[in-house]
Design a protein around this ligand. Structure first.
Ligand code: GTP
Ligand code: MG
Length: 205
């Protein structure tokens, strides 16, 4: 898919105040520092569109980016950031939970996983929660530039096996990416394009 335009629309912490156009949207979620904002910049080929940082906890709000004037990418704060106070953590969890449960435009979310890491409880629990609430999601492995091809393959296999053992009958769609090497871009955009197609197709019918 060609990205002709990518525009920041708004940031907020209230799902009721998110853009109210009936356009499909895709949200990126995952641990702090996993590379959510970097991935948005890589996919859109706009370097500073989403704010990134080497320090975890950079993204604090729900950020909407309008793509090609007819769908949205959503950058969310990360979970599992130890330095956030308990009160902030609760507030955060509440509005993120509301976002996932109430946002009708959300057609698919992507859980980002650092490809170097062993399966972590917090990610597994989050995916379980998405599943229980029937929120469709895919997995995007990030930072693949940090591993050699054989190790990438091994890590993905290991992760998917853990998911299948843990709770899932079938593996969710998954993608291997690197924002610094621009890897996986076509695959992720192709998947989004496919979902957009059925969204708009179904509406026309
Ligand atoms: P929060 O907003 O804090 O939750 O983080 P985030 O998930 O949005 O991560 P962000 O995109 O800000 O990236 C965090 C750090 O990881 C930055 O230092 C990025 O440069 C680095 N990073 C992101 N993607 C990649 C990647 O594909 N490869 C490598 N090597 N580094 C990456
Ligand atoms: Mg971020």
């Amino acid at each position: 898919m060609k990205i002709k335009s990518a525009d920041f629309v708004m940031s907020n912490s209230n799902v009721a105040k998110c853009p109210n156009e009936p356009l499909p949207e895709y949200a990126f979620i995952g641990r702090s520092n996993v590379g959510k904002s970097s991935l948005i910049n890589m996919l859109t080929e706009r370097k500073g569109l989403a704010k990134t940082s080497g320090r975890p906890g950079k993204t604090q709000l729900i950020n909407h980016f309008k793509i090609n004037d007819n769908w949205f990418l959503v950058d969310l704060p990360g979970y599992g950031y130890a330095k956030v106070s308990k009160k902030d953590k609760n507030t955060f969890q509440k509005y993120i939970r509301h976002y996932f449960l109430e946002r009708e435009q959300l057609v698919c979310s992507f859980v980002l996983i650092d490809i170097r890491h062993e399966p972590q409880k917090i990610d597994m629990e989050f995916m379980q929660w998405l599943g229980e609430n029937q929120i469709p999601f895919g997995i995007i492995f990030t930072k693949a530039d940090k591993l050699k091809p054989k190790a990438i393959e091994r890590q993905v296999k290991h992760y998917i096996t853990a998911l299948l053992e843990d709770m899932w009958e079938t593996a969710p769609p998954h993608f291997v990416t690197s924002s610094s090497k621009k890897m996986g871009r076509e695959e992720v955009l192709g998947y989004i394009e496919q979902i957009n197609g059925s969204f708009f197709g179904a509406k026309d019918a």
